[in-house]
Design a protein around this ligand. Structure first.
Ligand code: IMP
Length: 430
């Protein structure tokens, strides 16, 4: 049985939740492997519309076990809020397990994130302000607090005492803000631990058993690989590895178990936050892509920020496929292009006199490239009613086929609306 990773293959917000929601139906174990509540998935299914930030999308399926993996950073208040919301709408959350190894986002992480951004001024990254970067920094610095620590009074107190002393020096001396109380913070996080105790466990045996029994496993990504801390548009990136390697690392599954990597690509490109975006557009095309006021509106689920929009960038898309071993493409939001008379695809970058078919490493150089566009005719027909590939207008079929050819992977799925039945399965993926 397959183990597949579903990863965002652009700058995040590709509609992964929608794809994972469909595939979760066919899997028995869904593992969210990285990021934190900087992510936001809107899931629309027969039970309603849900905005998830931390919970794996398989949570709605009564047969699926869901794991928040070791690579995730968790704000316990946000997680409890999400659990309460689902429980109040009669969704059973008893099949959720949270890795003891996952790190906790502490209040000083959120403060540091916001204060660092303020201090950066014009060179700010445009983070989501959720404390993600500082939480991952502390993990690497070996001063993080893990979910398992919240269940052990003594460990929590000792670790918190040590780290808070240093954090309070930073908050008061560098940023001139009030220190955090050890007593209050300790009691608050101990209480979170108490409330989450039934879910927090060593997830390794569960995952290992699932692999041994050959059940279908889905590794659910957050963010997108162009935000990867190693391979993305650094420093305008997140602080984790959102790609296929990160999936293995964050879930605790060896790479030889992976059978397929599905790259989720929007039929165009969006980005939130700062950083280079070669195919970004303004004006009427941007308005058409942004879909304000419609269910697909390009507004961040987490921050409510309007997303920057642009044409499909096949240079970036192919790079994303190459560094992650993407073998299957899921194209989302194809219907957003329905009204456009012509559609552009960036097939190369012009840099002075040179033509590049890969993105340059540094943002200073990437910001200078000019996209080389190929134009394809639009279809100017509604596609949202299509249920098979053949139902799509020929121009839409040709567009999707061209994207896959440029990416260098087979076509798996196409979404043409936010409902679960608006995903066309072109080739079986799970
Ligand atoms: P952070 O992850 O909050 O540190 O933000 C770093 C960068 O990643 C910013 O440009 C964010 O806008 C972007 N980012 C983080 N998470 C997401 C996401 O889920 N979708 C899109 N962009 C994201």
């Amino acid at each position: 049985m397959p183990v597949i990773a579903v990863i965002g293959a652009q700058w995040g917000d590709e509609g992964k939740g929608h794809i994972v929601d469909l595939l979760a139906n066919r899997s028995r174990l869904v593992i969210r492997y990285g990021g934190g509540n900087n992510a936001g998935h809107t899931v629309v299914n027969e039970q309603g519309t849900f905005k998830l930030h931390l919970l794996p999308s398989g949570i709605f399926d009564p047969h699926t076990v869901n794991i928040i993996g070791s690579g995730v950073v968790i704000d316990p208040a946000v997680l409890l809020g999400e659990l309460n919301e689902l429980q109040s709408r009669n969704i059973d959350t008893s099949r959720l397990f949270i890795s003891e190894r996952a790190h906790v986002i502490m209040p000083y992480h959120v403060m540091e994130d916001k204060l660092q951004e303020q201090a950066r001024g014009d060179s700010k990254i445009g983070t989501t302000g959720r404390g993600i970067g500082p939480a991952y920094s502390d993990k690497m610095d070996r001063v993080g607090i893990r979910m398992g620590d919240l269940l052990h009074e003594q460990t929590l107190l000792e670790r918190l005492r040590a780290v808070l002393e240093e954090k309070n020096r930073l908050l008061t001396k560098l940023y001139g803000v009030k220190p955090l109380s050890l007593h209050d913070t300790y009691l608050r996080f101990l209480e979170y631990g108490r409330q989450l105790a039934d879910y927090v466990t060593n997830t390794h045996p569960i995952i290992h058993r699932a692999l041994q029994r050959d059940v279908p496993v889905l590794l659910e990504g957050a963010q997108g690989v162009l935000l990867d801390v190693d391979h993305g548009t650094y420093p305008y990136v997140t602080s984790s590895p959102p790609g296929a390697a990160g999936a293995c690392q964050g879930a605790g599954i060896g790479p030889t178990h992976l059978n397929s990597v599905i790259g989720v690509y929007k039929a165009y490109t969006t980005r939130v936050g700062e950083g280079p975006f070669p195919t970004e557009v303004q004006g009427p095309v941007a308005d058409a892509l942004r879909q304000i006021g419609k269910p697909w509106a390009e507004v961040g689920t987490t921050t409510g920020r309007a997303r920057r929009v642009g044409w499909f960038d096949a240079v970036m898309a192919r790079y994303a496929a190459q560094i992650n071993g993407i073998d299957t493409v899921a194209i989302t939001k194809l219907d957003v292009l329905d009204t456009l008379p012509e559609i552009k695809i960036c097939v190369g970058y012009k840099l002075h006199d040179a033509e590049l078919d890969y993105p340059p490493t540094t943002v200073a150089v990437l910001s200078q490239v000019e996209p080389i566009y190929e134009e394809m005719p639009g279809w100017q027909t509604a596609t949202s009613g299509a249920r098979r590939f053949e139902d799509l207008p020929e121009a839409a079929q040709a567009y999707v086929a061209r994207l896959c050819q440029l990416v260098g992977a087979r076509l798996g799925l196409i979404s043409i609306g936010p409902e679960r039945d608006q995903i066309i399965v072109v080739s079986e993926v799970l």
